[in-house]
Design a protein around this ligand. Structure first.
Ligand SMILES: Cc1cc2nc3c(=O)[nH]c(=O)nc-3n(C[C@H](O)[C@H](O)[C@H](O)COP(=O)(O)O)c2cc1C
Length: 194
C-alpha cells in the first residue's frame, strides 16, 4: 500500500461492463469493491452499466441517462473497468458507454479486471488498452485476469484470493493510486494538452 501523505482520498469508479442477464460481472465487481474498501486512500464508487437504459441508436442530443453517466465519469479521478471477454473482445455494452464520454476520461488512470474462459479476459484487456489510448488515459501496467474455468468465479477467487488474484489486485490498486494522485496534481497545475 502506498503512502499518500495528507492527500484527499482518490475518487475511483469501478465500472461493471457486462449487462447480460445472469452475468458474472456483478459478482466480480462486488469482490473487487470489498478489496478496494480496505484502502483508506481510496473512495470508491460503482458505475454498473446494467443500471442504465441507453438508446440503441446514438441520438443527436444526449439523453438524461447518457448525461448522468458522463457526469459520473467526469467526477471520478481513476477507473477500474470490470470486463468479460466476448468473442475475443470486450462487450458492446461497455464500448457504448465508453464512447458517450470523451474529455471526462482524459489524463486519468485506468486499470482493468478481466475474466473469461482460459483466455482470462486477456483479449478484452488488449482491446481496451487500444481504445483508452485514444482517450488520453494512462493505462496501468498491472491488471487482474481471471479464468472462470477454474470452477467458476466463486471457486476461483475463494481458492486464489489469498495469493495470485489478491496480489494482482493490490498491485493494480498501488499503481492506480500513484497515477491517480500524480495526475490530479498534473491537471491542477496545467491544462491537459490535446
Ligand atoms: C457472447 C459471448 C461470447 C463469449 N466469447 C468468449 C471468448 O471469446 N473467449 C472466452 O474466453 N470467453 C468467452 N465467453 C465467455 C464469457 O467470458 C463468460 O461467459 C463470462 O461469464 C461473461 O461475462 P458476464 O457473465 O459478466 O456476462 C463469451 C460469452 C458470451 C456471452
Amino acid at each position: 500500500m502506498i503512502q499518500t501523505g495528507a492527500a484527499a482520498a482518490l475518487h475511483v469508479a469501478v465500472i461493471i461492463g457486462s449487462t447480460r442477464e445472469g452475468r458474472v460481472g456483478d459478482s466480480v465487481g462486488r469482490w473487487l469493491m470489498a478489496r478496494i474498501r480496505r484502502r483508506a486512500e481510496i473512495e470508491p464508487t460503482t458505475i454498473d452499466l446494467a443500471d442504465f437504459e441507453f438508446p440503441f441508436h446514438y441520438p443527436c442530443e444526449p439523453t438524461e441517462q447518457m448525461l448522468d453517466l458522463t457526469a459520473r465519469i467526469g467526477v471520478a479521478e481513476a477507473f477500474v473497468i470490470v470486463t468479460p471477454v466476448y468473442n475475443r473482445s470486450f462487450p458492446a455494452s461497455l464500448k457504448q458507454a465508453i464512447d458517450y464520454a470523451y474529455d471526462e476520461w482524459r489524463a486519468k488512470p485506468v486499470g482493468i479486471v478481466a475474466y473469461g474462459y482460459r483466455s482470462e479476459g486477456l483479449y478484452a484487456m488488449e482491446h481496451l488498452r487500444t481504445v483508452f489510448g485514444e482517450l488520453h488515459t494512462a493505462m496501468m501496467r498491472s491488471n487482474v485476469s481471471i479464468d472462470l474455468l477454474d470452477g467458476g468465479f466463486e471457486e476461483t477467487h475463494r481458492s486464489r484470493d489469498a495469493e495470485g488474484l489478491g496480489l494482482q489486485v493490490e498491485s493494480l490498486l498501488d499503481q492506480l493510486t500513484w497515477w491517480g494522485l500524480a495526475l490530479r496534481d498534473g491537471r491542477a497545475a496545467r491544462p491537459y494538452v490535446s
